[in-house]
Design a protein around this ligand. Sequence first.
Ligand code: ITT
Length: 190
Amino acid sequence: MKKVFFATSNKNKYLEAKAILRSFNIEVEWLKGDYPEIQAESLEEIASFTAKWVAEKTKKAVFVEDAGLFIQVLNGFPGPYSSYVYKTLGNHGILKLLEGETNREAFFISVIAYCEPTSKPATFIGKVNGTIAYEIRGNKGWGFDPIFIPTEGEGKTYAEMGPKNKNKISHRRKSLEKFGAWLSKYYEKE
Ligand code: ITT
């Protein structure tokens, strides 16, 4: 089994990536830590910068993943600021911002950047459309899971679906699938 390092501070993201990439016969090892992130409006730019930085620093083949929740009526907020907004406003804060608002459309994006010490980063994107719930629903999730209802989720929030079902359709599943397929081919050529 080929091994690749995932640089993240977030254990939930690591566990999801590990479960999903296993089906591509790829083993994920956690490079636990807080790595520098630039402030930019594009998740691709942010993820690419961090992947390059970590690959050069550790001399390993690594990937990082940057995700964000984009709410239509808030012009895409919190988007690239999702981590900070989750820590400061939380799910209750987001629901408050949307009080009385009937347009609940939102999407989640996951961007993976893979990089080796001497190469340029390669990126893979996954997107899931959905809506923001009217209240917190479900306890089998983390982050924004209790307020995000994916279009393909039969009306349930990610947190009501639970990790197994979330992982079948999530934004992270989609970016990791692209990455896994690419990496398997890439390893064949080596
Ligand atoms: P890194 O160390 O990997 O950067 P992070 O927690 O800062 O970990 P991100 O910047 O990628 O992760 O994610 C931004 C935030 O968006 C994250 O902290 C969660 O609050 C939320 N988020 C991302 N993906 C999510 C998911 O699948 N379900 C629920 N919330 C999610």
